[in-house]
Design a protein around this ligand. Structure first.
Ligand SMILES: *Cc1c(COP(=O)(O)O)cnc(C)c1O
Length: 351
């Protein structure tokens, strides 16, 4: 295989002289910092919030590195995975010329971000089994195909993609294979992050928004080769991860025990809820889930969605999505929330 990241990257990005911030030009200890036009008097909040944050998030990356067992130079941090997705397009896809492949039904941002960046988005729908249609993906690839987006476990179907299929793509495709593992902590399957040394074309996305319970902080991770991390660093907004997020996420990483307890509880409730749904006459199918949600095929999904709204319960109506006819996507909530949901659906069926 002849993967060459220097051929893949856009010319203007390869040649780019990045913005050089005050914190780029000088880092280290000093007595007096008069180089960034900050307010040296202080801040109305926490004392040091008058200063710009570390543009490369050194301490936070060290903490992530320790938890994940991946060296810090393989870690890029974005303002949510959504920023990582956008930056990958900006780095590799020449507008109006390059294309990417997505496998719907899947996470919507791959397509929206592609449209914003004026990259052609080619669709290789999942099979009825919600697995990858490798033959069709391979047919869609041409010399302008820069990325294949794989979501595993997939949103909204909940299943994991077959490891051999992903490996086939990694071994045969000369562009980037981006694996979005937003839900990996709820899955019994292994992450691909340990495979980074074997695949220079692999990018793995993870996020603090789901299992870590920190959606509000906006923190996403891209694990990739040092070359790709260097390119992303070159084009990111200089201070894309704010100080509060850097501090709070570093703190959260020390609470991994608590997070693992929540994951265990959520997975337990998910598996119990599968059995509850399967016992309901209205439910036609509960799709197996490796995530913190269930995709449920149910009679009159739209009607039930609207009924639940009248009870103050919001689920996601996916019934207009390809292959998801009459499907609701239901996040695993607290025990009390699930009890309310189940009660409401039972009431609906008695009407
Ligand atoms: C929720 C989700 C994300 C998370 O995005 P953030 O910007 O990190 O909050 C990413 N990918 C998928 C598939 C998701 O469902």
């Amino acid at each position: 295989m002849s993967f060459d990241v220097n051929k893949l990257v856009r010319d203007n990005i390869r040649e780019l002289t990045p913005y050089s911030s005050a914190r780029d030009e000088f880092h280290g200890e000093a007595k007096v910092f008069l180089d960034a036009n900050e307010n040296s008097m202080g801040s109305p909040l926490i004392k040091w919030y008058n200063r710009y944050p570390d543009p490369y998030q050194t301490d936070l990356k060290k903490a992530i590195s320790k938890v994940k067992g991946i060296a810090a130079e393989h870690i890029f941090l974005g303002n949510g995975s959504d920023e990582c997705i956008d930056l990958l397009y900006r780095c590799f896809c020449e507008p109006k010329k390059d294309n990417v492949i997505i496998c719907p039904p899947t996470y919507g941002m791959y397509e929206v971000s592609g449209n914003i960046n004026d990259a052609e988005v080619r669709r290789a729908p999942l099979l009825q089994s919600f697995q990858l249609h490798i033959g069709q993906i391979e047919e869609l690839v041409d010399e302008h195909t820069k990325m294949i987006w794989i979501c595993s476990p997939n949103n909204p179907t909940g299943n994991s993609m077959k490891r051999e299929d992903i490996e086939t793509l990694l071994n045969n495709f000369n562009g980037l294979v981006v694996i979005d593992e937003a839900y990996i902590n709820f899955s019994k399957h292994k992450s691909f992050i340990q495979e980074l040394p074997d695949y220079p074309n692999l990018v793995v996305l993870q996020t603090f928004s789901k299992a870590w319970g920190l959606a509000a902080l906006r923190l996403g991770i891209a694990f990739a080769s040092t070359e790709i991390v260097r390119l992303l660093n070159k084009i990111k907004p200089p201070y894309n991860i704010n100080q509060a997020t850097q501090e709070l996420a570093t703190q959260a990483l020390e609470e991994i025990g608590q997070v693992n307890d929540m994951i265990k509880e959520l997975v337990g409730m998910r598996d119990a809820l599968v059995r509850v749904f399967e016992s309901m006459p209205l439910v036609e199918k509960v799709y197996p889930s490796d995530a913190n949600f269930l995709l449920v095929k149910i009679k009159n999904a739209r009607k039930i969605y609207e009924y639940l709204l009248t009870k103050g319960i919001v689920v996601r109506d996916r019934s207009n999505v390809q292959l998801c006819d009459n499907c609701l996507r239901i996040t695993i909530g607290t025990e009390d929330e699930i009890t309310l949901l189940v009660k409401a659906i039972r009431e609906y069926s008695k009407k």
